[in-house]
Design a protein around this ligand. Structure first.
Ligand code: SF4
Length: 433
């Protein structure tokens, strides 16, 4: 998604030709990616480096730089931003876009057009004499200043989520998250920077009309962080709601019955809620910033709105005991979630959790390792899934929906199987759910 926004900028800046290559979605091997990049003979290559694939990405970027010596090669992402010097040294690439890549990318592009190497204003570089020039973390002031994401740059049939159809895409209507969770890498930091409701609605309508988009997800860390703006966006999307189906990410204290109804009436079918735990002790350890007994009313109202709820849970916090884990499973069952996504707590570098637990963490950047020395609750992820999905009440609900809506259920199951097979091939991509 970030690359679609950068692609739009590159096209806007003097009409650059852009090839956006999503090797995971397009199922392109590293060898093939290098071949295609060579054939394209680019002046500049910019890649996002993911935490989960960091070792592979370092190796790939080093090869890419060696095989395209004439191209300026840069990276961005949480680890390149946090460890710019180490990334530049390990990959031999030319620059890192530190923090939010948009304005620094634009500047690097302008300098390239003027035959100047990128440097400064959010661009960290390693000089030929081996000097490292760091850069400050960049944030832009308003997403309204960005062009719409370049929808023409991707094949929309290669993206999706369970039970949604195609053409599918993603949008980002805000960046940053103001909430205090200590484990979160907050891709864009804590400052919440948003696009206006008018801009968001125009971007969606433009993708619907221009690229035939019917299904999408807002990838904002917390789409509902601003209640007023959420309601405005929903009002703006209502007139096309019958032609679109979408989802968004939220947290239990930023949604209630009124917001849920507005989302539903605007075409939203599914919300992904960061519930994380059914234990107040764990919620406090993670510094989620609310009381479970208070947000339970919100979640009950959302449940009644008819929106599908996918609950995200975290297991394996150092403070999590068996009783806390049991409370999480009980909460998931009580909320009758359509799906769950469970992950084990990771103390990512450059988070408050990492600083707090540093004596209890094994960390190395190269090769990349980041985990608790004594990880609590090993095996709880699998146990959570097993006990939730094999629970008779869940199975009965699914059989009930099959009986009530056979057509949709069969279509959805076919879609789910197709999705599950694809996800198995990409077994690292938990983000797909
Ligand atoms: S609400 Fe979500 S995105 Fe925001 S800080 Fe917490 S975990 Fe991060």
């Amino acid at each position: 998604m970030e690359l679609m926004y950068l692609s739009a900028q590159a096209k806007a800046e003097g009409g650059c030709q852009v090839r956006l290559m999503d090797c995971i979605a397009e199922d392109i091997s590293p060898e093939e990616a290098l071949k295609q990049a060579g054939r394209y003979d680019p002046d500049m290559v910019v890649a996002i480096m993911a935490i989960e694939f960091f070792d592979n990405d370092v190796e790939f970027m080093a090869r890419l730089k060696r095989e395209l010596p004439g191209a300026l090669v840069g990276t961005f992402g949480h680890l390149p931003s946090s460890f710019s010097q180490e990334c530049l040294q390990a990959t031999g690439t030319d620059f890192v876009l530190v923090g939010e890549p948009d304005s620094s990318f634009r500047m690097a592009l302008r300098r390239l057009m003027n035959d100047q190497p990128p440097e400064g204003e959010g661009v960290a570089v390693m000089k030929e004499d081996g000097r490292f020039i760091p850069a400050d973390y960049q944030r832009i002031e308003s997403l309204d200043e960005l062009p719409f994401a370049d929808q023409a740059a991707i094949d929309h049939s290669r993206y999706g989520e369970p039970f949604f159809g195609h053409p599918y895409t993603t949008f980002q209507s805000s960046r940053g998250c103001p909430f205090p969770c200590v484990y979160c890498v907050r891709t864009y930091g804590r400052k919440f920077v948003k696009a206006s409701a008018e801009h968001v609605v125009s971007e969606v309508k433009s993708a619907v009309e221009g690229s035939g988009i019917r299904y999408f997800r807002f990838m904002d860390d917390t789409f509902t962080a601003s209640r007023k703006r959420t309601l405005e966006i929903c009002a703006g999307l209502r007139d096309i709601s019958s032609g679109i189906t979408w989802s968004c990410l939220t947290r239990p204290n930023t949604i209630d019955g009124e917001v849920a109804a507005a989302l539903r009436d605007a075409g939203c079918r599914r919300i992904y809620v960061g519930i994380e735990s059914g234990s107040q002790k764990v919620i406090d350890y993670l510094n989620r910033g609310y009381r479970l007994d208070v947000v339970m009313d919100n979640l009950r109202e959302v449940r009644q709105s008819g929106l599908e709820m996918v609950g995200w849970f975290i297991v394996g916090s150092p403070v999590e005991e068996r009783a806390d884990f049991e409370q999480s499973i009980a909460l998931a069952k009580r909320l009758k979630l359509e799906f769950i996504a469970v992950s084990t707590l990771v103390p990512y570098p450059n988070t408050e959790l990492f600083a707090r637990e540093k004596d209890n963490i094994v960390f190395s950047l190269l090769p990349y390792t980041c985990e608790f020395r004594n990880q609590a609750g090993t095996g709880r992820e699998a146990e959570f899934y097993r006990r939730y999905y094999l629970n008779p009440a869940y199975i009965a609900r699914k059989i009930g929906s099959l009986t009530r809506h056979p057509g949709e259920s069969i279509r959805a199951s076919r879609e789910f199987l197709r999705y599950a097979v694809a996800s198995r091939r990409d077994n690292h991509r938990k983000d797909l759910l």
